[in-house]
Write a new protein. Structure first.
Length: 118
């Protein structure tokens, strides 16, 4: 699975961004998809995830401000971020996790940079 992330950019605090992750194949078969971010000097962390059944989960730091969704017809996952804060700054990576008989397999996009200025 190849993933192409887009939509990052520079935005002021309180602003809005919508990230997109386009997959090279049908995402309806993919067990779960998610967005992770990595801030400078920090480990990569989960921001939001969505399962093939539509269940979602969010990091506590973004609850109420972020919405993850998927459009199976377009093989695309979106991350809408409102009320952005400087601490949301980082490289955002799209993830696809396939569940196989022997375990899980993760695929990653190239990342898109989000910079929130104060």
């Amino acid at each position: 699975v190849q993933l192409q992330a887009s939509g990052g950019g520079l935005v002021q605090a309180g602003g809005f961004l919508r990230l997109s992750c386009a997959a090279s194949e049908s995402i309806s078969r993919i067990g779960s998809m998610g967005w992770y971010r990595q801030a400078p000097g920090k480990q990569r962390e989960l921001v939001a995830g969505i399962t093939s059944g539509g269940s979602t989960n969010y990091a506590d730091s973004v609850k109420g401000r972020v919405t993850i969704s998927r459009d199976n017809a377009k093989n695309t996952v979106y991350l809408e971020m409102n009320s952005l804060k400087p601490e949301d700054t980082g490289v955002y990576y799209c993830n696809a996790r396939l569940y196989t008989l022997t375990g899980t397999r993760d695929y990653w996009g190239q990342g898109t940079l989000v910079t929130v200025s104060s």
